[in-house]
Write a new protein. Structure first.
Length: 113
């Protein structure tokens, strides 16, 4: 599984491991800001895209909107993972597939498929 995370404060791989997930065979890349987000998505071609909302210079919502309007293959699963439930809901309404408060990221059912 290829996972691309846009998160500026917390180490996503460490959070998933701490949540009990076995990451054997996974490739995880984390971007600590949203500069050139679409180019990173195009280059990495993730199966799962994780978007924090509060992340400079673009919000996760803005990255999502631009991705869905760009000529880039859409990841199979896009997860809104802000600590703000309202921002996650906005990303769901804009086209994200799942939403979770980032501290509960390891609990998503998609990891067990």
């Amino acid at each position: 599984m290829r996972v691309l995370a846009f998160e500026d404060h917390y180490d996503i791989e460490a959070m998933l491991v701490a949540g009990g997930l076995d990451l054997t065979g996974w490739t995880i890349e984390q971007r600590w800001n949203s500069s050139d987000a679409l180019e990173h998505i195009r280059r990495f071609a993730p199966d799962v895209l994780l978007l924090d909302h509060y992340m400079p210079p673009m919000t996760g919502y803005e990255v999502l909107e631009r991705l869905l309007n760009a000529d880039i293959n859409r990841p199979a699963t896009i997860v809104a993972m802000s600590s703000d439930v309202k921002k996650n809901q906005a990303m769901l309404e804009a086209g994200a597939d799942e939403a979770v408060v980032k501290f509960d990221l390891a609990s998503l059912a998609l990891w067990s498929t």
